[in-house]
Unconditional design. Structure first.
Length: 109
């Protein structure tokens, strides 16, 4: 139902789930539309439960291996800084390329 709720065509959903027939997919969507509020409430509750359990497991893991998570957090921070630097360097390179291209074009005229 997530793909349908995102606006995916039923034929596209079929390609993602080849084990299902198109008839089964249409039937599922028909059932979903007939029970949309109940199904959305159920999915929201399950997502909240999963999120809660994930946070609990993460807290337990962080407590058991604080050294590992400290290194992971530092790596994430470094990656974010590296991406920022990478974007700035790429932009600088593109500006330099654009200037050299413009200079080359003006030389031809």
């Amino acid at each position: 139902m997530y793909a349908f709720r995102r606006g995916a065509a039923l034929e596209s959903i079929k390609r993602s789930f080849p084990v299902l027939s198109l008839e089964e997919i249409y039937g599922s969507v028909t059932f979903y539309l007939a029970h949309e509020q109940e199904i959305d409430a159920y999915l929201a509750a399950m997502e909240a439960e999963l999120d809660s359990k994930g946070k609990q497991l993460n807290a337990v893991a962080r407590k058991a291996r604080p050294d590992l998570f400290k290194r992971l957090d530092k790596s994430r921070e470094d990656a974010v800084r590296g991406e920022t630097l990478s974007v700035r360097l790429k932009a600088r390179s593109l500006r330099a390329h654009a200037r050299s291209s413009l200079a080359c074009i003006s030389c031809r005229q």
